[in-house]
Design a protein around this ligand. Structure first.
Ligand code: ADP
Ligand code: MG
Length: 470
């Protein structure tokens, strides 16, 4: 048994889903040509003034409400100074001692029980630009598209006790922000990033141990690995009677180790002071109330309602991890109340065509109806879906055009079955002698003879009658 316990606190940066940047009218757009979304404000040219983007404020408030935070009627912006080529102004505008939201709670699963993780605060800040080192041997390039992009930073209390809890918290926070429309939370694009703080202490100690901060870990698995490594590293140091150095570390995903990046700076190193260009942000009650009223269903309620429709956990997760998919699902089941069937078709078939999808949910529902009433079988439905995904053509027309109407008449299907028996006398003898696994062989042959249009359920029933299988 180890004498130490682990203490973890997380700081998550999430990029807000706004049209424009936090203090300028440049597009908040990932992947455009370098330095194409940059204005004089983002460049920090002399004499320009920042103007706060109220849509970013609204999204930050939604993040606060979704994590049970108190929304602060007054918050202020401060300048956080450091020198780096990705920061033209020489300071980052952030919130410091008066953040927009504080004192929240996020419930997570820890093993088989639930645990409440306290959120210390959510503050707003602007992102920095990006340095590109790998395009040239002797140059580093600066792309300022990201400079000034709106972020929220969500900071927990040191309430997490192991790497699994940390990952569980991150996954849940991500789902909640995504569902609330606050952020795309796309980790690959870097719009959901995590700094993990970790320390060990003797079991039973009240005081926290010295922590290290692992910067910018960009996948759940890496967070897990980085924390696991830090636990072992810090434990070795403490067991020797040495002290852990308070520092900022980086995780290397090829070695699964963390490396010292710099000794930890203190707040005073940043020379924080209130930004004289920005008034305190004073929110009136009505502004906050309006946002509350329009919030819609909470993540948990929505989740539960889908489970109550009979959908599986994993399937609900998929639908809820993409707002477009979720909306599509909800629109479709308004037209045909078959949630399980619609969900299956969306996540196993429709999802393939999502990028260029022209098909409206109402028309997709027509296709579902044709399957449900037995007019077409699953295979035909798949080829129809592929066809109409781009054309939004009514599936009934396609069924006629492609002559795909399902054959359900027992007489015609019986004829087909007799023909297959004629074609395969040897197999017929074997199945009649009890080799029942040949049923699927005959099933396949009959479907083939029907050119894929036979109703599989009825063929199956007729074959069983013929071969006297119950
Ligand atoms: P800093 O001044 O280093 O930024 P903060 O007090 O702002 O530290 O906390 C940053 C994050 O680190 C928070 O999530 C907090 O819960 C966590 N944290 C603070 N102290 C410790 C500690 N000793 N061990 C683990 N996590 C900690
Ligand atoms: Mg801090």
């Amino acid at each position: 048994m180890s004498d130490f316990e682990t203490v973890i606190g997380l700081e998550v940066h999430a990029q807000l889903k706004t049209m424009t940047k936090l203090f300028s009218t440049s597009n908040n757009e990932f992947g455009d040509n370098p330095n194409s979304n940059v204005s004089i404000v983002d460049l920090g040219l002399p004499g320009v003034l920042p103007v706060l983007n109220m849509e970013a404020v609204r999204l930050a408030i939604i993040a606060g409400l979704s994590t049970d935070c108190k929304i602060n009627k007054k918050s202020t912006f401060a300048r956080k100074h450091y020198f780096y080529p990705d920061l033209p102004k020489g300071y980052q505008i952030s919130q410091y001692d008066e953040p927009i939201a504080s004192s929240g709670i996020l419930n997570i699963k820890s093993g088989s029980s639930n645990k409440k993780i306290r959120i210390n605060r959510i503050h707003m800040e602007e992102d920095a630009g990006k340095l590109i080192h790998d395009l040239s041997d002797d140059l580093s390039l600066v792309d300022l598209n990201r400079a000034g992009v709106p972020l929220i930073e969500i900071v927990t209390e040191p309430d997490l006790s192991n790497p699994e809890e940390a990952v569980s918290y991150l996954k849940r926070l991500r789902k909640i922000l995504l569902f609330a429309g606050v952020s795309d939370c796309d980790m690959e694009k870097g719009n959901f990033r995590c700094d993990a703080n970790i320390s060990l202490r003797k079991k039973g100690d009240d005081e926290l141990g010295v922590k290290t901060e692992i910067k910018n870990v960009n996948s759940f698995r890496f967070v897990q690995k980085a924390l696991e490594y830090e636990i072992i590293r810090q434990k070795k140091i403490l067991e020797k009677g040495d002290e852990v150095l308070q520092e900022t570390r980086l995780f290397n995903s090829s070695t699964n180790k963390t490396y010292s990046m710099r000794s930890k700076e203190d707040a005073h190193d940043y020379r924080y002071f209130p930004d004289p260009d920005l008034q305190p942000l004073i929110l009136d009650e009505k502004f906050i109330e309006d946002i509350k009223t329009n919030l819609g269903t909470s993540y948990d309620k929505k989740y539960l309602s889908m489970i109550n429709m009979g959908l599986k956990d994993d399937d609900v997760d998929i639908l809820m991890s993409d707002l477009k998919l979720l909306e599509y699902f909800e629109k479709t089941i308004l037209c045909i109340n078959e949630p399980k069937m619609v969900c299956n078709w969306i996540i196993s078939e429709l999802i393939k065509y999502l990028d260029n999808l022209k098909l409206q949910p109402e028309i997709f529902a027509e296709l579902m109806k044709l399957i449900k009433d037995g007019s077409i079988n699953n295979n035909s439905a798949k080829s129809i879906l592929e066809k109409i995904s781009l054309s939004n053509q009514n599936p009934i027309e396609v069924v006629e055009l492609m002559n795909l109407k399902q054959e359900s008449s027992e007489d015609s299907l019986n004829e087909i079955i007799l023909k297959t028996i004629d074609d395969f006398p040897e197999e017929y003898k074997r199945i009649m002698d009890g080799e029942l696994k040949l049923l699927s062989f005959f099933m396949g042959q009959a479907m083939k003879l029907s050119k894929g249009k036979g109703n599989p359920k009825i063929i199956n029933k007729l074959l069983k009658e013929k071969f006297k299988i119950n």
